[in-house]
Design a protein around this ligand. Structure first.
Ligand code: GLN
Length: 226
């Protein structure tokens, strides 16, 4: 029992949704990406072993707040609402929510989404924005790429999704484009359980080290070509 506890103390469990390139996605059987490399570097700073738990995006926050996982690292946007359920570390990336449409679509910006069929990934900030759009019909998908495919097939009019995965998905798809006019700016941070101040402090310290040493920029540059 004690041995098991000691083992747990040395393992940093990361909850994520590996459908979000370039932050987390599968390369063969392996989950890779910016968030994965950040988590590995943080675990190393902490002298811990990283274990990745891949799950649906809307399970990531509950996994951490319930203590099943230690950190939520999933391109997770900091929002006031989420702060009620978990603590966030310092931010490590900026992002925007963008709109994906067919190349020949008449939709040119957020204002044109009124009354439209909009696809989102369930439980994301894109999902939140979409549900605020007047008369819009929101289709919630488990995977962002499913929403992108539905747009390609003409089943829906647009997708609201984070900028970096949007670029990757549009490159993989055909006949789609990302609109220049984006929704709000967002920031990504690592989520940690409310009662785990000790870990919050340690992870923040590790993040600071990674920022100051240039390691964080190095990780990002490996996945996002400027
Ligand atoms: N940044 C978005 C959010 O936090 C989407 C994250 C994701 O799909 N992994 O809701």
């Amino acid at each position: 029992e004690e041995e098991k506890k000691a083992e747990e103390d040395k393992t940093l469990v990361m909850a994520t949704n590996a459908e979000f390139p370039p932050y987390e996605y599968y390369e063969g059987e392996e989950v890779v990406g910016i968030d994965v490399d950040i988590a590995k570097a943080v675990a190393e700073e902490l002298g811990m072993e990283l274990k990745i738990e891949d799950m649906a995006f809307d399970s990531v926050i509950p996994a951490v707040s319930s203590g099943k996982a230690d950190i939520a690292l999933a391109g997770l946007t900091v929002t006031d609402e989420r702060k009620e359920n978990l603590n966030f570390t310092d931010t490590y990336a900026k992002a925007t929510q963008v709109i994906i449409v067919k190349e020949d679509s008449a939709i040119a910006g957020p204002d044109d989404l009124e009354g439209k069929k909009i696809g989102v990934q369930l439980g994301t900030t894109g999902d939140l924005y979409a549900s605020d759009i007047k008369d819009a019909e929101v289709e919630q998908y488990n995977k962002g790429f499913e929403a992108v495919q539905a747009t390609m097939q003409g089943k829906i009019d647009a997708v609201i999704i984070d900028s970096e995965p949007a670029k990757e998905f549009v490159a993989e798809a055909e006949g789609l484009k990302i609109l220049d006019e984006a929704f709000t700016e967002e920031e990504y941070a690592i989520g940690i359980a409310k009662d785990n101040d000790e870990l919050l402090e340690k992870v923040n310290k590790a993040l600071k080290t990674l920022k100051e040493s240039g390691k964080l920029d190095e990780i990002v540059a490996e996945y996002i070509k400027a």
